[in-house]
Design a protein around this ligand. Structure first.
Ligand SMILES: [Zn+2]
Length: 99
């Protein structure tokens, strides 16, 4: 059963995974949650806007927020990075408190 995720998988070290974290504030940390371990990176924002999974509202450009992705993706770290999500800092904190 082919999956779109599997077809995107690349061999280890084959290609640099582009990250729009160039404005990262350096605050990368790992948080444990009932659904696994997450890498959480604080960023200052970029020219793009994103939809926050927590509240379905836009994360406006140049707004400090967090980027989170699961550490334990069964498809590997590269795929997990591709699936990363941009959250309002407050929404991510609320998510952690809910669990
Ligand atoms: Zn939000």
């Amino acid at each position: 059963m082919p999956s779109s995720r599997r077809s995107r998988r690349r061999p280890w070290g084959d290609e640099h995974v582009p990250l729009d974290l160039d404005r990262a504030t350096g605050g990368r940390r790992t948080e444990s949650a009932p659904d696994g371990d997450w890498t959480v990176q604080s960023v200052r924002g970029s020219d793009k806007s994103y939809v926050c999974p927590g509240c379905r509202q836009d994360v406006r450009p140049h707004t400090a927020h967090v980027v989170a992705w699961a550490n334990d993706s069964m498809f590997g770290a590269a795929s997990a990075l591709e699936d990363r999500r941009h959250w309002h800092s407050a929404c991510w904190a609320a998510r952690s408190r809910r669990r």
